[in-house]
Design a protein around this ligand. Structure first.
Ligand SMILES: Cc1cc2nc3c(=O)[nH]c(=O)nc-3n(C[C@H](O)[C@H](O)[C@H](O)COP(=O)(O)OP(=O)(O)OC[C@H]3O[C@@H](n4cnc5c(N)ncnc54)[C@H](O)[C@@H]3O)c2cc1C
Length: 381
């Protein structure tokens, strides 16, 4: 066991995922990068293997596991060098579908959870907009009650799984006349194909190429009243709660990338010859790698501690904000240096280190930019 938090069951889960990545992901994922999305077939296989319902109720096919098990899952998945694949999965398991788990009614869960867990229904979450990302309360999308329907109008931007997803959890302003109008928003369940809901654009990105990202447009989109998710006007608070699960998963992605980048770089510098010896013989190179390894080990231990604190029902907002800031910056430091030690080959498309370098950049921006995370933590001092 490599940590006091890790059990034999966790080790088994890691091994199961490692085998899955080696067999089903790494040999095929370059084609997914070229296509711009991760195919449904691989997601269904993950669902069939029981990997999409770790935290969810047994009555829907879930495993009712705790936050540490879920972290083991996210970190093991992040041993893949294809972050587009990883984020496709983690948005489904840790960022979108938890909205249904946390605030869905029994009827909503009975209707949607089995498909979510089986991997037939892939989920997305729409919070960010062209005019508001970090400032969630600044969103402009509105939902107005009209009889037994809600009518949604607005645009969402940068939505992962937005092009190929089936089920969308959308945040919209609902309390236009309330005193707390800025924070009065609600979450809604919107099914693909609902009239008035469309994909405006599929977005072209620097990295995460095997993840599809969309602009979503709501033009007088009428959804049944029963698709309100959670309490009316309380959506801001459920978005903030959900961010904690999401940010631990993003931390796990960052740590996974760090570990892969260091592994690839050690392999490279131990074999690459320069000036009559392997690069590893240069003291500066091996010491820089060792120092990065020390930082990654420390951040990883902190990440497990954060997940353990979730299992103990502690308030984790400050810890998780610090973790997100730390890991989002650390992964960029690690991939930058690791790419440097690969020399010109590290700049070539098709090299895993080049992909990790491109894919890491967003980890300091998406799901809470570093500056926003540091302020969230500092507010609590
Ligand atoms: C590939 C990708 C996938 C995404 N997937 C999703 C998704 O599935 N669903 C979803 O809802 N959103 C998604 N996002 C949106 C993402 O969460 C936002 O991009 C992020 O929150 C930052 O918001 P913004 O882009 O509007 O930047 P802004 O809010 O405009 O901020 C720009 C920069 O200003 C700085 N900054 C902002 N606020 C502060 C502050 N208070 N103090 C100091 N500096 C500050 C930061 O450096 C920040 O990066 C995705 C984004 C990308 C690029």
């Amino acid at each position: 066991m490599d940590s006091m938090y890790i059990t034999p069951e966790h080790e088994q889960l890691r091994e199961q995922i490692s085998r899955f990545i080696a067999r089903e992901v790494e040999p095929h994922a370059q084609a997914w990068e070229d296509a711009g999305f991760t195919p449904r077939e691989v997601l269904r296989k993950m669902g069939a293997a029981g990997l999409f319902g770790l935290m969810y109720g047994a009555q829907h096919g879930g495993a009712e596991a705790d936050a540490l098990t879920n972290l083991v899952f996210a970190e093991a998945l992040s041993q893949s060098t294809f972050a587009g694949f990883i984020i496709t999965v983690l948005v489904h398991t840790d960022m979108a579908s938890p909205h249904l788990h946390h605030t869905g009614t029994a009827a909503q869960k009975a209707r949607y959870m089995p498909g979510v867990i089986a991997g037939h229904t892939i989920t997305a979450v729409g919070i960010s907009e062209p005019g508001a990302g970090s400032d969630v309360a600044g969103m402009r999308t509105k939902a107005v009650k009209d009889g037994d329907h809600w009518v949604l109008n607005g645009t969402k931007l940068f939505i992962t799984n937005g092009v190929h997803g089936d089920l969308f959890f959308i945040a919209a302003k609902t309390g236009m006349n309330l005193a707390n109008e800025r924070h009065a928003m609600s979450m809604f369940i919107v099914e693909k194909g609902t009239p008035g809901f469309s994909v405006g654009r599929s977005l072209d990105k620097t990295g995460w190429l095997s993840s599809d990202t969309a602009e979503l447009v709501f033009d007088n989109c009428r959804i049944p009243a029963e698709n309100l998710l959670g309490e009316e006007n309380q959506g801001f608070y459920s978005v903030m709660k959900n961010f904690q699960t999401e940010r631990i998963a993003l931390g796990a992605m960052a740590i996974g990338h760090c570990m892969q980048a260091l592994r690839l770089t050690l392999d490279h510098v131990k074999t690459r010859q320069a000036f009559g010896a392997p690069l590893f013989d240069k003291q500066v190179i091996r010491q820089r790698i060792a120092m990065l390894d020390a930082k990654v080990r420390a951040a990883r231990a902190y990440m497990y501690q954060c997940a353990w604190r979730v299992t103990q029902q502690h308030d984790v907002v400050q810890d998780v904000s610090l973790l997100k800031a730390l890991t989002g910056e650390l992964v960029n430091e690690v991939v930058h240096t690791c790419q440097q030690f690969h020399g010109g080959m590290g700049y070539m498309r098709g090299m895993p280190i080049e992909r990790l370098w491109r894919d890491a950049r967003i980890l300091a921006i998406g799901g809470g930019a570093t500056e926003v995370m540091l302020d969230e933590a500092a507010k609590r001092y």
